[in-house]
Design a protein around this ligand. Structure first.
Ligand SMILES: C[S@@+](CC[C@H](N)C(=O)[O-])C[C@H]1O[C@@H](n2cnc3c(N)ncnc32)[C@H](O)[C@@H]1O
Length: 245
């Protein structure tokens, strides 16, 4: 499989995607899920494809030594400006993490798997840098979400939501995954599944308009656990633990 990199170097991800995109609800959902799944404390932590460190407020108070790795230098610079010296930044690719085997107690991969043309290689690399017993929170864009199933049933989408193979969406490299595809990769890497959350359950422009972000955030709090069991939400968060070899 190719290991193409989606380059954010010329993209103001914070301003354009988050601020102008009116995504308070989605930001809340990611924070809530990360807060619920990440270990409460630990030594060394790695935010993989961490962008500008949007979720750093969740992990910085919990871990003594935090590193953010991303490919885009502009986002790393922004992360340093926003978080200061307490967040180390490293430029690199998830496919070749510049860290020793077993270096980290915990890792996070959020809103990045959908850019990865070789998800198995990326997860193998994240597993390598985790210590035995270390934990990772890994988020995938779920191709088997309720809306995609409806679209497919109505003949409005060619993406087959129940097929295991990753689906490429749109002209750009943007991949959606079947939950069982991700779970198979975890198994192959000796990662034991500890917990699953269904996230961004109400990510619909019309719902946002009618209900407003605060009400949707309240509903999201109630929905994440239950929808983690169903795995029909647009985004699925996994907590996995590296087993002893
Ligand atoms: C949608 S952003 C998500 C950033 C962050 N995790 C968040 O949730 O705000 C995707 C990030 O993945 C990074 N990225 C894409 N491919 C990468 C690769 N192969 N190695 C490292 N970073 C990569 C991009 O530079 C970008 O910052």
């Amino acid at each position: 499989m190719s290991k193409k990199i989606t380059d954010y170097s010329d993209f103001d991800y914070k301003k354009i995607f988050w601020e102008k995109g009116d995504r308070q609800y989605e930001d809340f959902c990611d924070h809530l899920a990360a807060r619920r799944l990440l270990p409460k404390q630990g030594q060394k932590f790695l935010d993989v494809c961490g962008g500008f460190g949007r979720l750093a407020d969740v992990y910085l108070p919990r871990f003594a030594d935090c590193t953010l790795l991303d490919y885009a230098p502009n986002l790393l610079e922004l992360a340093r400006k926003m978080r200061g010296a307490k967040l180390k930044t490293v430029q690199g690719s998830v496919y070749e993490l510049p860290f020793a085997d077993g270096e980290f107690d915990a890792a996070l991969l959020v809103r990045a798997a959908h850019h990865l043309t070789d998800l198995p290689a990326a997860i193998a690399e994240i597993t390598r840098v985790l210590k035995p017993g270390g934990r990772a929170v890994i988020e995938i864009a779920n191709k088997r979400n309720i809306l995609e199933i409806l679209r497919w049933c109505l003949g409005r989408s060619k993406m087959r939501p129940f097929a295991l193979a990753p689906a490429k969406r749109g002209a750009k490299d943007f991949y959606n995954f079947h939950p069982r595809y991700a779970e198979k990769i975890f198994k192959q890497n000796n990662l034991r599944l500890k917990k699953t959350l269904g996230v961004s359950n109400f990510r619909l422009p019309l719902l946002k308009k009618i209900c407003g972000a605060p009400l949707l955030c309240f509903k999201e709090r109630l929905a994440q656990g239950f929808s983690g069991w169903l795995k029909l939400s647009p985004s699925v968060y996994y907590l996995v633990e590296k087993q002893n070899a």
